[in-house]
Design a protein around this ligand. Structure first.
Ligand SMILES: [Zn+2]
Length: 108
C-alpha cells in the first residue's frame, strides 16, 4: 500500500491501472474527486480528499468506470455517473458487510 492506504495498482481485465493522488484534480468544469483515464491506465483521486468512506467510494466509482470500459459496456451518457455511483456504494457495502463472500470469491 502506498501513502493514504490506496493500492498503488489495480488490475482490471487485461489492464493494470496506476492509482494516483493529484492535488487540485480538475477538468474544464472544476474540481473532480476522481478520474478514470484509460489512455494512460490511471485512476486518479484528488489528493485533498481525506481517507474516508467517501474516498473509498470514489476509488470504487473509478474502478467501475474502468470495468465498463474494459468490458465494453456502453450506457447512455446520462446514466454513466448515476449508475457508477450506485454500484460503487452498493459494492462497497456488499464487500464490507460480507467478508465470507469476499473470501469465497477470491480464494483459488
Ligand atoms: Zn464518474
Amino acid at each position: 500500500m502506498k501513502a493514504g492506504g490506496l493500492p498503488p495498482r489495480i488490475k482490471i481485465g487485461p489492464m493494470i491501472y496506476q492509482v494516483k493522488l493529484e492535488p487540485g484534480l480538475k477538468d474544464g468544469d472544476g474540481l473532480l474527486d476522481g478520474r478514470h483515464r484509460p489512455s494512460d491506465c490511471s485512476l486518479t483521486i484528488r489528493a485533498e480528499l481525506p481517507d474516508s468512506d467517501y474516498r473509498k467510494a470514489v476509488l470504487l466509482h473509478e474502478v467501475i468506470h474502468a470495468c465498463m470500459e474494459t468490458s465494453a459496456v456502453r450506457l447512455p451518457q446520462e446514466l454513466v455517473e448515476p449508475v457508477s455511483d450506485a454500484l460503487a456504494y452498493t459494492f462497497l457495502a456488499l464487500l464490507r458487510d460480507n467478508p465470507k463472500l469476499v473470501e469465497y470469491l477470491t480464494c483459488r
